[in-house]
Write a protein that binds this ligand. Structure first.
Ligand SMILES: [Zn+2]
Length: 264
């Protein structure tokens, strides 16, 4: 059997680079900034960041369904292979993505959604005088684990409403950092299968949502702002008995993800 291959950079390297992109000191517990992402924002300085977070979109989906990603690659120039953290479940991985800290440091070590008490990207941005906003579905991890900061949260019933709200926020141009979370691929792959038609339709919808955000940024902010745009899943997934999908364990299918970044 082949040895499993894990991506070199940890997901904990994203946070400091995002803080530095907006001129903020990274959060206190953040790992050093990812050198490739940092290099991009040094070459192409930005004053806005929009992070699109689709849940459970594995690296192997890109390898197998590359044509689906047309609406992502046309807006991005950096493809960044990352290793998620263990256990590879949503609150643990997003906890690491936005604190830059490993799970034993940020405190979420299983599937639970407490408010994270250590320093986060959102705290770092607020200290630097930036305005962040989170747009996420009701009851999802991202609607809960970064609460209780002096910032705006738009918690809405559906993915479609989250994406509409994000487009509206881009048009209003009041936030320096916008996070938009979509959990539809994750829901579809658990209920059906990672490569079932429902899941692939959700993957296509995730790409279409990102494509629409990028187009909106181009239309509203060109000449006004330079925006770092990220397509950034939290962890991957794999097929289990009966064809259903799962994630959470220490295997390349669950841990390897691909982030895409571009400057619009
Ligand atoms: Zn997830």
């Amino acid at each position: 059997m082949n040895d499993p291959v894990y991506n070199q950079y940890s997901m904990d390297s994203v946070c400091a680079a995002l803080a530095l992109a907006l001129g903020a000191e990274p959060p206190g517990e953040a790992a050093p900034a990812n050198p490739l992402l940092l290099d991009l924002v040094k070459r192409e300085p930005v004053d806005r960041v929009v992070m699109y977070n689709p849940d459970a979109v594995a690296l192997w989906l890109y390898q197998k369904y590359t044509p689906y990603y047309r609406g992502v690659v046309r807006h991005t120039c950096l493809t960044l292979p990352l290793a998620a953290v263990m256990p590879s479940v949503t609150p643990v991985c997003f906890g690491t993505m936005y604190t830059g800290a490993q799970p034993e440091v940020h405190g979420i070590r299983r599937y639970e959604k407490p408010v994270i008490r250590i320093d986060t990207l959102f705290d770092a941005l607020l200290r630097a005088g930036k305005k962040p906003a989170i747009v996420a579905e009701k009851d999802c991890s991202l609607s809960m684990i970064f609460k209780e900061r002096d910032m705006d949260y738009f918690i809405l019933p559906t993915v479609e409403e989250c994406n509409e709200k994000t487009l509206e926020l881009i048009e209003r141009d009041e936030y320096d950092f916008i996070l938009d979370y979509n959990g539809n691929y994750d829901a579809a792959m658990h209920r059906h299968a990672p490569e079932g038609k429902e899941a692939l339709a959700a993957l296509a919808a995730n790409v279409a949502a990102f494509d629409a955000l990028a187009d909106k940024i181009g239309a509203c902010w060109r000449g006004k702002h330079r925006t770092l745009l990220g397509f950034a899943p939290d962890h991957g997934c794999h097929e289990i008995d009966g064809g259903l999908g799962s994630h959470g364990i220490d295997m390349p299918e669950d841990l390897n993800v691909l982030h895409f970044y571009g400057v619009v």
